[in-house]
Design a protein around this ligand. Structure first.
Ligand code: GBH
Length: 488
């Protein structure tokens, strides 16, 4: 509205100027000159900014035993009593496998230009390696065709945590180099068959989550608490798998295919925006992400990380490091919560400042509210590693999302969160940080890992008994953002 009004005002002024009216105040005349183009709102994003939403295979698809799919570590884990809230599983989830056409219409109604989904490895290679299952890949052929027919660009993630159980059984999953090699082959196969239509591929979603939670803390699949030496080896195999996948996609993908990853790096946010704390936050970001994003971008483990691993460090060859740091076309960042950092006199130059007990969070206890993380995240990535193409591959929030008497969900907390975070993202692009797109997590409520269905992150409310999807108030908000290409 404001934009239209001001445009009308400018048009009037411009018309008066063309007629040579002499009674226009000087200030207004300057405005007339600036108004040959519609004035961009100070809250707007660059033309062509890619607005999208995101989901992941095990969280939405269901159909876990269809068309040749075999179990993943998440099927095994969720079927182990006591691992997931209310012992929920992804057996049905959002039944997206059968309802994808309707779900694409939900996206179309939002006006999104892009959709980030993940491919279930155990659909494509049910045993992790060996013979591919063409019927499994066909689901993604259908999905991609449906997206393109509706003017939505597909962005595919190859690994969003559903490792084929067979690989876990054979060599301990990511503990084994065999898994990294199998991942490379799977990536090459997918690239060969989808990159005629899918132009952006993410290798791995969030090392920082599935490695730590799955192999170290044990609260995610495969539920292990490995001793340090084996855990560091698993981390190394993970980044190696990423590198092998990048190489395989380059070798088998059609020209023009772009490759990156989607990492939830720890983002150091300066406690105060001045030179010393900003420098400390940048250092912290490079240091704390040493085992994942830093080695991928720099081709070596930092001295500090090597020192931290000590005698438990894995054997690392120069060849491994070369593979791990295969050049990327873009970096995707999943960004939710801040890690506050201050300058410190100690050898590292920084200190992480824990959130005080009174620090506000969204309904998920880990989801501390800190909009400026969406400014500093991409800022650090661009500056530390000279990255020219960045995507926010996930951002969003959970909410209690209790339907009101009229059946609608008035999720004003989610809108509050998004409005504040997007304002900081807008600040980043206005400063010239090369963020090209934003994928809101998530299109619809879904299986939230160990939290089961208790935690809702969707723009659409899902009634799991009927599979009915209802847009929440935040869906209307996001539609408005996309239509204006500006913070609403
Ligand atoms: C993303 O992870 C995931 O990519 C996505 O699948 C998920 O649905 C979405 O976020 C929302 O959670 O409860 O203390 O064990 C974001 C990073 C890391 C956030 C693990 C939750 C669990 C902390 N996640 N963390 S705890």
């Amino acid at each position: 509205m404001t934009d239209q009004l001001s445009r009308r005002t400018f048009a009037k002024l411009a018309g008066a100027a063309a007629l040579g009216a002499s009674n226009i105040p000087l200030v207004a005349q300057a405005q007339v000159e600036a108004a040959t183009l519609p004035p961009p709102s100070p809250r707007s994003f660059p033309t062509g900014f890619l607005w999208g939403t995101a989901t992941a295979s095990y969280q939405v698809e269901g159909a876990v035993a269809e068309d040749g799919r075999l179990p993943s570590i998440w099927d095994t884990f969720s079927h182990t009593p006591g691992k997931v809230a209310k012992n929920a599983t992804g057996d049905v989830a959002d039944d997206h496998y059968h309802r994808y056409k309707g779900d694409v219409q939900l996206m179309k109604a939002l006006g999104v230009k892009a959709y980030r989904f993940s491919i279930a490895w155990p659909r494509v290679f049910p045993n992790g390696s060996g013979a591919p299952n063409a019927k499994g890949l066909d689901f993604y052929n259908r999905l991609v065709d449906e997206l393109l027919a509706n003017g939505i660009q597909p962005f595919a993630t190859l690994y969003h945590w559903d490792l084929p159980q067979a690989l876990q059984d054979r060599g301990g999953g990511w503990e084994s180099r065999e898994t990294a090699e199998a991942f490379g082959k799977y990536a090459g196969y997918v690239a060969q068959h989808l990159t005629d239509r899918v132009k952006h591929i993410f290798t791995i979603n969030e090392f920082g989550a599935f490695m730590e939670l799955g192999y170290n803390i044990g609260v995610h699949a495969p539920g292990l608490k490995l001793p340090p030496k084996r855990f560091y080896q698993a981390r190394h195999n993970g980044v190696l798998g990423h590198g092998l996948a990048v190489q395989a996609i380059r070798a088998s993908g059609k020209p023009g295919t772009k490759v990156g990853l989607a990492e939830n790096l720890v983002v150091g946010v300066p406690v105060i925006e001045n030179a010393e704390h900003i420098a400390a936050a940048e250092k912290a970001t490079r240091d704390i992400n040493a085992q994942y994003l830093t080695v991928i971008m720099e081709g070596k483990y930092t001295d500090a990380y090597i020192a931290r691993m000590g005698a438990n460090a894995p054997r690392v060859t120069a060849d491994d490091l070369k593979i791990i740091s295969s050049p990327l076309d873009f970096v995707g960042t999943n960004i939710y919560q801040p890690t506050f950092v201050r300058a410190d006199a100690g050898p590292s130059g920084y200190a992480v400042v824990p959130n005080p007990p009174s620090y506000p969070h969204m309904i998920s206890p880990w989801l501390f509210m800190g909009p400026e993380v969406l400014y500093w995240g991409p800022h650090h990535v661009a500056k530390l590693w000279n990255v020219k193409e960045i995507y926010i591959t996930e951002n969003g929030t959970s909410s209690s999302d209790v339907p009101a008497a009229d059946g609608k969900v008035y999720d004003t907390d989610r809108i509050m969160y998004l409005r504040n975070y997007l304002s900081q993202l807008q600040r980043a692009v206005a400063d010239g940080v090369p963020v090209k797109g934003y994928f809101l997590w998530s299109l619809m409520d879904n299986f939230e890992w160990a939290d089961g269905y208790e935690n809702r992150f969707g723009l659409h409310y899902v009634d799991y008994a009927t599979q009915r999807r209802t847009p929440k108030l935040s869906a209307a908000f996001y539609r408005e953002v996309i239509a204006r290409n500006a913070v609403a």
